[in-house]
Every structure is written in C-alpha cells, then in structure tokens.
Ligand binder design. Structure first.
Ligand code: GLY
Length: 412
C-alpha cells in the first residue's frame, strides 16, 4: 500500500461536472410516451403517498401501508434516507412544499444518530447524502450542511490507513457471512456509493483530507473488487493491522465468485461517481467495464435483473432494486462518455426501466410503494426478503425517471 495519498496533479476538490443535460438523443418517440406516462403516474402516486406517510420512516409496506422504522436497526437502518431522498427529488421536480416539510421533519428525527454514532457504519453515506446533503444542495440550509459534515467526519474516521479502505460493518455483523476474518478488515463494494459524501465534504470545507480518503478507497475497490470481466466481489477482507489482502468470500449473492446484481449496480454507479468527482479516467473505464458486463447479462434475458448474474438457472429470483440502481447509474454514465458511446448506456437503462416497470410497478395511489420485486439477498431462509417492495427500488426509479425528464436533484 505504498502509494497511499499519491499526489494528484489535478485540483483535489473539483466541482462535479456534467450532471445536467437532456437525453433527447437517446429517447425514441415510444420511450418518450412511456416516460411521460410514468412521470404522470409518479406525481399522482407520490402526492397521495406523501400525504399519508408524513414523517414516517419507511422500509417496505405491509398490506399496502408503510410503517415507521419497522426494520431491525431502527433509526440506524441504512435505508432510512431513501424515502426523504424521494421527497427531495419530488420537491425539486414539482415545487410542492409538502415534500420539503416532510423531508425536513425526517431529518430532525434522524439527527439523533449523529450524537449516539457508535451504531453507524459505512452506510452513513446512504443516510446523509439523500437527507442532509440533498437538503443543503436544494435549500442552502446551514443546519443541513452541518449534519452532512458531521456525517462525513464519521465516515472518514472509518478509514484504515494500512489497507487503504473504509471499514464496512461493526462488530455485531461479525460472523454474518462466515468467519473468514476480523470484521474490522471488511470492505464492501456498496461503499462506492457512500464515498461521494467525502468528495462533497472536501469541496465544502476546501479540505482535501476527505478527498484523499475517498480516492484511496475507490482505488482499493478497483484493484480488489472488480474482476477482469467486469464482475465484482461483494466483500473483501484485509488484515486490519497490516493492511494485507486476506480473502474475498461470498456476500449477499449466490456464493464465492458469483456476481450479486445489486453489488454490480453499486459498482456501475459508484465508479461513475468517483470519475465525476475526481476526473480519474481509470474510474470511468472501470464503470464501463462493470456496465458492459451487466448489460451483456441482461441482454441475453429479458432485461429483468436476477439477484445474482451467476446463480444456477433455477430457482429464478429477481431483484428489481438492482435494475433501478443500474438504470440510474447507466444514465449517469451516459453523461460522461462520447456521443457514439452514449446510446449503449442510455438505451440499456431504458430497456431495464421499461421491463421492470411493466413487470413490477404498482401505480395504485391508494397503496404505498411502487416497485415490487426487490430481493435483499440470495439465500433468504423464509422468503420474506425475496421479490418484495423495498424503499430504495422506489428511490432509484424516481431518480432515473427524473434524470430522463431533466428534473433530477443531483445528490451523490
Ligand atoms: N448494503 C447495501 C445493500 O444491501 O445493497
């Protein structure tokens, strides 16, 4: 790990580039009609849902209704800010103040975790980017900025200098995926979506410490997570004392060496974001490598993501959340490649969105949640986490649709 904090020749705290722009060149007439129809249904459904939900913090509905904090982890559950993220996106798209008020109410509730912070893990990025950073980016609130910066400090404090990675989980997760190493040595591909909190904090404070940590983590992920064919390891284990690489065991996918589709999606979107924030071309190349692997796997099927691209043919298990994250990531990627490459990523995103929407969307405004078909992990003992609606499926659907409509609030 001798190249830790290698000097970069470029400005270490650049502004994100290329986050705007239309997809007119990618949308066919039929796509446009589909998109307008979905946007119409989305505005109706989200208004009705937000009126019912208020400042509840939802995960998955039961009998068509969201319930407050009904996941293990309570206020600390990593998914808690996807709903306020949806509210900020809808506020940005429609200007309806109801969304802003509800999102601010949820942020007030969530602030508690920054005080009693020991239960927080690396997913503090998922918790505070769609919440406080979204708020700050939209309203300029100094209180929200301060929440975001506290969260960034906590995330930066998880960096392991010897291994050049951000520690993923806390002690209570020890043994969850086997006993291959000390939990302090675990890093996971999902964290590529958490480190944009550090890129943001570096710019906000004009302090490159945060940037160097994010950059080093991304390089470690590129080196050890991404295989030559663009598939990814979910979990990596390092010796937390020496920083030496130890193992890459199975994670939320089928098994060792397989390819968990949501992890692949985090890689597509996450490496694109590391390119966006650093300008390092190798991250863009890695994002394309992962994207092409995912597109190839989806194109031989029906564009509905399996939970794992390398699971046995039976049983067939889908994960629509992987589809929504992949689609949003591919749309972001399409913004950063040349004109002859854009259609590959943009049109693939549309295929995924349209296939998943047709199969899994529930637009009934009387029922909470939109996307069914989400699967938390492959080996689900009782099936309760298999092909069910999960909040982040809805978040990334909304983000992707609003990207296509030119109405997205960029939060990563
Ligand atoms: N921890 C992120 C995920 O399950 O995708």
């Amino acid at each position: 790990m001798a190249d830790l904090f290698i000097s970069e020749t470029r400005d270490p705290t650049p502004e994100p580039r290329g986050t705007a722009g239309s997809y007119d060149d990618i949308l066919s007439q039929e796509d446009r009609a589909w998109l307008n129809g979905v946007y119409e249904k989305l505005t109706v459904k989200m208004k009705a849902e937000a009126e019912r939900v208020g400042t509840i913090i939802p995960y998955a509905p039961r009998d068509g209704r969201y319930h407050d904090l009904d996941e293990e982890g309570g206020l600390y559950n990593w998914t808690n800010s996807f709903y306020p993220g949806m509210l900020w996106q809808m506020y940005n798209a429609t200007g309806d103040e109801m969304y802003r008020r509800a999102a601010e109410g949820i942020e007030k509730r969530m602030e508690e975790v920054l005080v009693e912070f020991q239960e927080l893990d690396h997913d503090i990025g998922f918790l505070f980017l769609p919440l406080s950073v979204a708020n700050y980016r939209k309203t300029g609130s100094s209180h929200a900025r301060s929440n975001g910066l506290k969260a960034a400090d906590i995330l930066a404090g998880r960096f392991n200098l010897a291994g050049g990675y951000i520690r993923a989980w806390n002690d209570r997760m020890a043994g969850f995926f086997g006993d291959e190493g000390k939990i302090a040595g675990y890093m996971i591909i999902d964290c590529m979506m958490n480190i944009p909190l550090l890129y943001w904090a570096a710019r906000e404070t004009d302090d490159p410490r945060f940037y160097h940590i994010a950059l080093k983590h991304a390089k470690t992920a590129k080196q050890y997570s991404v295989r030559p064919d663009g598939s990814c390891n979910h979990i990596l284990i390092f010796d937390p004392a020496t920083g030496e690489f130890v193992d890459n065991p199975a994670g939320q996918g089928y098994g060792r060496g397989s390819s968990w589709s949501r992890g692949q999606a985090w890689a597509v979107y996450g490496f694109t974001l590391s390119y966006l924030h650093t300008g390092d071309q190798t991250f863009l190349d890695t994002a394309k490598q992962c994207a092409q692997y995912v597109i190839a796997n989806l194109a031989v099927g029906d564009w509905l993501p399996l939970v794992d691209y390398r699971a046995p043919a039976e049983p067939v298990k889908y994960d629509s959340t992987a589809g929504m994250i992949t689609a949003a990531g591919l749309l972001e990627l399409a913004r950063h490649v040349g004109p002859y490459e854009r259609p590959l990523y943009g049109k693939a995103a549309l295929r995924i969105l349209r296939a998943c929407e047709k199969r899994f969307a529930n637009w009934d405004p009387k029922m909470d949640s939109i996307m069914d078909g989400g699967t938390y992990f492959y080996h689900d003992p009782d099936g309760t986490n298999t092909e069910v609606p999960i909040i982040y499926g809805d978040y990334y659907l909304i983000e992707a649709v609003l990207k296509l409509k030119g109405k997205e609030l960029f939060i990563w």
